[in-house]
Design a protein around this ligand. Structure first.
Ligand code: MG
Length: 380
């Protein structure tokens, strides 16, 4: 074996990927500000052991190639996946590499560590590919479950799939039929393919919702986010106030466009803040009459759903209500329960407490109620 074997990456980008939606095929769509394909190109180019990168593209996408770095060889793909691979391999024949890594452009989140494992294994086994286990129970069925399948030894195949160059060229020349990957092609020739531990982050963008997940992974997957919220509402004529979803009899009410639940507003803003997604006023403008007198649980539910949409669970909430009257402490447990029900959280994740401001300031003078809240969100 040479001291430094020549390794080339072939990135397949000739598919149409209609399930992901969008005006252009998924591999050319933006993902965290850059086209999907450029993430894997960079990963291969920046790896010290990989000397060349080839992109196989669909002729309809020729105008997308301006995002491809100049040192990447672009090759027109074929009618189907197999033909595209053969064309990519053929383009290398004059200065043939020792090994090729065939990768799907729709997997932008591959890591350097995964490439290290792939290279190490392929130098030993001549054919190897990453895969991950299945943790879910597998069913067969349509509207009802017809069978629970045995998942022993069942793996989910990933890319890059890595081969000795001559071995994969020869296997593709002899292969007849359709194959969904290159492992099937070399196995049809009787070659053994070593399994490399894959990576859960190495997802394949298939549906439009996968873009969000991929973006989280590429952003470095911030595990925890913190937000804070602050709100004030003033007193006006009335006979009760609503605080954290609980109605409390009082000699006045809180004035606001919605139900003026100052505690719930602070919590809602804390969640928006943790997500860096604005505040209640942006999501539910008080210029919009439909939110007049609105139950603030609508806002809180929206913030919680937004957190889930971005892959976060709410770890805990801490809210402090600041006022001289009404007395809050007899109601804090009911408030926690009301918030737990709205947010679908366990009670021990929610804290509501109260303080006076020692008769100082607007709260001290009894002109209104202030509330502050913190929210911690954790990536699921
Ligand atoms: Mg408010």
């Amino acid at each position: 074996m040479k001291l430094k074997p020549k390794i080339t990456a072939i990135i397949l980008a000739a598919g149409r990927g209609k399930r992901a939606g969008g005006k252009i095929p998924k591999q050319w769509q933006k993902l965290h500000r850059r086209p999907v394909i450029t993430w894997s190109i960079d990963r291969f180019i920046n790896h010290t052991k990989i000397s060349q990168v080839v992109v196989v593209y669909h002729p309809d996408d020729i105008h997308q190639l301006n995002v491809i770095p100049k040192n990447v060889l672009c090759v027109i793909g074929g009618e189907d996946r197999g033909e595209s691979v053969r064309r990519g391999l053929h383009a290398l024949k004059n200065e043939a590499p020792d090994y090729v890594m065939i990768h799907d452009a729709a997997r932008p989140c591959l890591s350097e560590a995964l490439l290290d494992r792939c290279i190490l294994s392929t130098l030993t086994h001549r054919a190897s590919a990453p895969a991950i286990g299945i943790t879910e129970t597998l069913w067969r069925g349509q509207k009802t479950v017809q069978e629970v399948l045995d998942r022993t030894g069942v793996l989910r195949a990933q890319t890059p799939q890595c081969f000795d160059y001559q071995l994969i060229v020869s296997a593709h020349q002899k292969f007849v039929g359709d194959a969904t990957d290159d492992v099937s092609v070399v196995r049809a020739e009787g070659h053994r393919v070593a399994i490399i531990p894959g990576c859960y982050d190495n997802i394949k963008i298939t549906e439009s919702s996968d873009f969000k997940l991929a973006e989280h992974i590429l952003r470095g997957a911030t595990k925890m986010r913190i937000g804070n919220g602050f709100d004030v509402h003033k007193f006006g004529p009335g006979n009760c106030v609503t605080l954290c979803g609980v109605s409390i009899s009082h000699g006045s009410t809180l004035i606001g466009h919605s139900d003026a639940d100052v505690g719930m507003h602070a919590i809602t803003d804390a969640i928006y803040g943790a997500l860096a997604k604005g505040d209640i006023g942006q999501h539910f403008p008080d210029s919009d009459p439909q939110w007049k007198g609105a139950d603030s649980s609508i806002f809180l539910k929206h913030a919680v759903n937004l957190a889930h949409e971005f892959g976060y669970n709410i770890e805990n909430i801490d809210c402090t209500i600041i006022c001289e009257f009404p007395k809050i402490s007899p109601h804090t447990n009911a408030m926690r329960q009301a918030l737990a029900d709205i947010m679908q959280l366990d009670l021990d994740r929610i804290s509501v407490k109260a303080t006076t401001s020692e008769q100082l300031g607007f709260t001290g003078r009894g002109e209104g109620i202030a509330a502050t809240a913190s929210a911690a969100l954790v990536l699921t």
